[in-house]
Design a binder for this molecule. Structure first.
Ligand SMILES: O=C(O)CCC(=O)C(=O)O
Length: 326
């Protein structure tokens, strides 16, 4: 493993301006006013004026899109966004401003938003916060540290979210989101380890956020890293496993790298993180206190998404025309 990983990044996130943009107060207030006009009667996730308002506020949507799809460091942070104020501590409520920002930004990036029938009751806009009774779950409903993963690695690539977007409404717990890019992985791991990770000898279990009637679903015989359309992509689960000894060692190496080299991004209220779920692994620290993020999935691969904007896990897994190898 590379020795010279920048120690500063381990403590806090000092991302360079290449990866971030802060709205000035006047643009933030203008964006708030524009959204307010649109949601006065009701919030409609498909309202195209949200995307226009994001552009008019000066948010550099082309830069975000380029960073996500044309680089190996595919993430971007936006700061000083006009998000909702929680009406009550320890409780979620309606979030028209935050939701409009998620829908508007992802619309500009060219993504279709979607959900899964079997996750979060089919919601498209997700509340990411601790849920009583799930404290020890390896899911975003838990409080214990949530291990590194890509979202929904047990599903074939065409049915995984291509992009994840998270906005903070409250982060009293000062919990960090952990992010490790494919670029960092390729720079840091030895070639022999990367070669093992490219072999089809890994299994990935489903995440606990899915309700699969108590079945445990594993994708099997897949590589962790694969080149797709000229870019290396990564498939990784909290529960990544293999029966091959070299693969077990590679899993341990990647886990150790993630702990030491990830960016730890403490999203403050009004801050947004968007990243390519096929080219990053992510997780988060322990949640000790109140924390509430809003999340949305997006993809450019729409073939598995129904008219209701949902993917059926069972329909996807049983579909013979899908490439199930990665
Ligand atoms: O809560 C966070 O910061 C990350 C959430 C997460 O890992 C997920 O939504 O998959």
């Amino acid at each position: 493993m590379r020795e010279d990983i920048d120690a500063k990044r381990v403590e806090t996130c000092h991302v360079s301006s290449e990866y971030e943009y802060t709205l000035n107060d006047s643009s933030r207030d203008g964006l708030r006013a524009a959204i307010s006009r649109e949601v006065r009667l009701e919030f409609d996730r498909k309202n195209t004026r949200f995307a226009a308002a994001i552009r008019e506020a000066g948010i550099p949507v082309e830069r975000v899109r380029n960073q996500l799809f044309e680089t190996d460091e595919p993430f971007f942070i936006l700061r000083n966004l006009p998000v909702d104020q929680p009406t009550e501590k320890w409780a979620t409520s309606e979030t028209p401003f935050t939701s409009a920002i998620l829908a508007g930004l992802t619309g500009n990036v060219g993504l279709r938003n979607f959900g899964y029938r079997e996750e979060k009751g089919g919601a498209i806009l997700h509340d990411v916060c601790p849920i009583p009774g799930s404290e020890n779950a390896q899911s975003n409903a838990g409080r214990i540290e949530f291990g590194f993963h890509v979202d929904n690695p047990f599903l074939p690539r065409v049915g995984r979210p291509e992009v994840l977007t998270l906005v903070s409404i409250n982060n009293d717990s000062e919990t960090a989101t952990h992010l490790l890019t494919i670029g960092e992985i390729k720079r840091s791991l030895p070639t022999e380890t990367l070669n093992v990770l490219r072999q089809s000898i890994f299994d990935f279990r489903h995440a606990d956020s899915f309700n699969l009637n108590k079945y445990k679903i594993f994708a099997t015989n897949s590589p962790v890293i694969k080149s797709v359309d000229g870019f290396d992509e990564i498939r990784w689960a909290v529960f990544t496993q293999s029966t091959d000894k070299r693969a077990e060692a590679a899993i341990a190496e990647l886990k150790a790298l993630a702990q030491t080299a990830c960016r730890r991004i403490v999203l403050q209220p009004g801050e947004l993180l968007i990243f390519n779920n096929n080219r990053c692994i992510h997780g988060r620290g322990e949640v000790a206190g109140w924390r509430w993020l809003k999340r949305i999935y997006g993809t450019r691969h729409e073939s598995m998404i129904g008219a209701d904007d949902l993917i059926s896990v069972w329909g996807l897994l049983s579909n013979p025309s899908v490439d199930h190898s990665f």
